[in-house]
Design a binder for this molecule. Structure first.
Ligand code: ZN
Length: 106
């Protein structure tokens, strides 16, 4: 299993492009594997989405802790993560819509 990061900011030139980080260390936060540092797109500075893919032979990611989780915990973690990302996307969309409309209704 390897981990890739994608910019999910629709307004960004790198939308849905893979963002590369030289080294990522992970911590377990609230029982979830989380990058130690907040990982942001180098183009728009928005937090990137972490996507786990089947191992392509690439090494260097510290997924030992994640791999020690049960399959159920992994699934739960990925679902939690996706939920957060969708929520964040929705918030960003609202933010930009408001910006475009020139309104400031909070
Ligand atoms: Zn971006």
């Amino acid at each position: 299993m390897a981990t890739k990061f994608y910019c999910r900011n629709e307004k960004c030139d790198k939308y849905n492009e893979e963002i590369h980080f030289n080294s990522v260390s992970y911590v377990i936060r609230d029982g979830h594997l989380t990058p130690k540092e907040r990982l942001v797109c180098d183009h728009c500075n928005q937090e990137v989405e972490m996507v786990n893919v089947k191992n392509e032979g690439g090494a260097g990611f510290n997924l030992a802790r994640f791999d020690s989780l049960s399959n159920d915990d992994k699934k739960r973690w990925i679902m939690e993560r996706n939920k957060k990302v969708r929520k964040h996307d929705a918030e960003m969309k609202r933010f930009y819509e408001k910006k475009i409309l020139g309104t400031n209704l909070d």
